[in-house]
Structures are given as structure tokens and as C-alpha cells.
Design a protein around this ligand. Structure first.
Ligand SMILES: O=P(O)(O)OC[C@H]1O[C@H](O)[C@H](O)[C@@H](O)[C@@H]1O
Length: 318
């Protein structure tokens, strides 16, 4: 057999032209990665279409992933960006989704890798402006029988993960392919990596209403910047589209929402982290903060043929 190097090349070889740096894509049966010529990278597990890693050019990880996370398709991934669909938490009183497990089935289903592409931003000058795009799909045919029975609708999900030098954008399009209407909720459960949660402030939620899930689901109004000093689990409905994470007085991330009206802020703190078998190290709650853009305080009601799209863009500042 004639051997062919299967290591992907990072250089294109157009005859007569200097080689242009390219995005390096790789995929196997379980995950897909893209690496920009400048070094930034993203990895997506087909199980759940879960982003498990996003690094900057130096290889520094921007997402938190538990060292005990199950990456073998036996349990939703603890860390990265799990996708929540079609129900956030559980909704026992909601007829269509009431029997589904916590956060639905998108994060525990195996998605199909639909394809990859590279684009250059307008006015870009080459490698520095490349965006790598990975697309994933899930429809009723991709669900296991149990999930199909619990949510018996024909649907189509397209999840796109876009990586450029400064940011990661994830967007989800939900299409109703059924002849009946269905309700759904959508959320991107992003685990941001932080150095020390005690130095973190979240800006952009001042004066927003929120439901405090650790205080009897009371509705409250955020007075000032959010700081995390204990278990925190809040569903905000902010007026603005961006929240900013500041650490030690320095802006480290901004998270911008497109057509997602809520943002959940979650940190399990000591006791809850101790109670989760897949949360390691146990003091890892100090190094993570979930900022979860979603549409979860009501329902997206999709008529047959209708589609809904929501997206987040996370930008980091080093
Ligand atoms: O343990 P999981 O099912 O992954 O859920 C983790 C967390 O997700 C969201 O942030 C919810 O608001 C929390 O109530 C929940 O504890």
C-alpha cells in the first residue's frame, strides 16, 4: 500500500504563489478540532456537540472542564459548553417537556458533523483574519428511543461553532419539521475559566431582574456588579445584550447574546461541587463561572416550518 502522510498540512500549496497559512482541521469518530494558523483552537465532542476546549494562541484554556468529566458518551460533560435543549432544568408542569431529564437531550445525544469551512473577514489581510466554522446537526432520527418517546416531535437542530483570533461564537438554529407546534427552551451552558472566583465581578446585569434559584425562586433586582461569595444560581433577564467578566479589575471576557433574552449565572460553590461525582478537583469551583446565555424564562413556540435562532459570542481579553 502506498503510504500517504495523514498529518494535515497547515500550508496550502498553490503553484506560483507563496503558501498561505491555513486552518488545520482534524476529526475522528468522536471529536472535531480546528486550529488557526496563529494557534487559537477549538475542540467539539460529537457527544452533545459539546465544546470541550477553546484555547488562545499560547495554548491557554478559556473554558473550565472538570478532570472527572465523562467524555465517553455516558453522561453530559461537566464543563466546556454543554447545549441545553428543549428544556432548561426540568419542567414537570409543562405538558410537552415535563418528562424529559434535566436540561433535555441535546447534551446527551450524539450529533452529526456536517462540515467545516474557513472564511476571511472583509478587508482582512490574510491569516490574522481567518474564521474557522464547524457545523453539527441533530434531528429526531439521531435520538435514542427513550428521548424520542419523551419528546415525539420532528425537529432539526444546526449548531455552528465559529472560531477567530479574539472570540468564539456558537449559534443554534431550531426548526420545527413537524405538523404540530412545539415549545422549546435553548441555553448554552458555558463554563468560563477564571483564575480566582473571589476576584471576579460580572458587569452588565445591574438593575436586571432575576430569579434566585437558591432562594426559593424569588424574583429580585440586581443592585450592583455581581460577585460570587457562595452557591449562585440565577436566571437574569437583562436589558442589554452583553455581560462583561472582570477579574482583579481587568476585563477578561465579554459574552454577547443574539436573540437570547436570558443569562444564567451559576457557581456551585463548596457543597454542591462536593456532591457532584463528576466535578473535580473539588475546589475547581474557584476556577470557573458559568455564564449561560439562553431563552429559558418562557418558551419558544414554533409552528410547523418555523425556525428560531440564538447565538452567543464570547470574546477574551488577555
Ligand atoms: O448538573 P447539571 O444538570 O449539569 O446542571 C448544572 C446547573 O445548570 C444550570 O446552571 C442550572 O441553573 C443549575 O440549577 C444547575 O445546577
Amino acid at each position: 500500500m502506498v503510504g500517504r502522510p495523514n498529518r494535515p498540512s497547515a500550508l496550502s500549496a498553490t503553484p506560483g504563489l507563496a503558501p498561505q497559512p491555513q486552518v488545520t482541521f482534524s476529526d475522528d469518530n468522536s471529536r472535531v478540532s480546528a486550529v488557526l494558523p496563529t494557534g487559537e483552537s477549538v475542540t467539539v465532542l460529537l457527544y452533545g456537540a459539546t465544546v470541550t476546549s477553546w484555547t488562545d494562541a499560547t495554548g491557554a484554556e478559556k473554558l473550565w472542564l472538570s478532570s472527572a468529566a465523562h467524555l465517553d458518551g455516558t453522561k453530559a460533560v461537566r464543563g466546556g459548553i454543554p447545549l441545553v435543549f428543549p428544556v432548561f432544568g426540568t419542567a414537570p408542569d409543562h405538558a410537552q417537556t415535563g418528562k424529559l431529564p434535566q436540561h433535555g437531550f441535546a447534551r446527551t445525544s450524539r450529533w452529526e458533523f456536517l462540515g467545516k469551512s474557513t472564511s476571511e473577514s472583509a478587508g482582512g489581510s490574510g491569516a490574522a483574519d481567518l474564521t474557522a466554522k464547524l457545523d453539527f446537526g441533530l434531528s429526531a432520527a439521531g435520538l435514542d428511543e427513550a428521548a424520542r418517546k419523551l419528546w415525539p416531535f420532528a425537529f432539526n437542530l444546526i449548531y455552528s461553532v465559529n472560531l477567530n483570533r479574539e472570540s468564539l461564537t456558537t449559534s443554534l438554529v431550531v426548526t420545527n419539521d413537524d405538523d404540530k407546534a412545539f415549545d422549546c427552551q435553548v441555553l448554552m451552558h458555558t463554563y468560563l475559566r477564571v483564575k480566582d472566583i473571589s476576584n471576579v465581578e460580572v458587569l452588565g446585569l445591574e438593575s436586571a431582574e432575576y430569579v434566585d434559584k437558591v432562594d426559593g425562586a424569588k424574583t429580585k433586582t440586581q443592585a450592583a456588579a455581581v460577585t460570587i461569595t457562595g452557591e449562585t444560581d440565577r436566571v437574569y433577564t437583562p436589558a442589554g445584550e452583553a455581560v462583561t467578566v472582570v477579574e482583579g479589575g481587568k476585563k477578561t471576557y465579554s459574552v454577547t447574546r443574539d436573540n437570547l433574552s436570558n443569562v444564567v449565572v451559576w457557581n456551585p460553590w463548596t457543597d454542591k461541587a462536593a456532591g457532584m461525582g463528576d466535578f473535580e478537583p473539588k475546589d475547581g469551583y474557584k476556577n470557573m463561572l458559568c455564564i449561560e446565555p439562553g431563552s429559558v424564562s418562557g418558551w419558544q413556540s414554533l409552528e410547523p416550518g418555523d425556525a428560531y435562532e440564538g447565538a452567543q459570542t464570547i470574546t477574551y481579553y488577555s
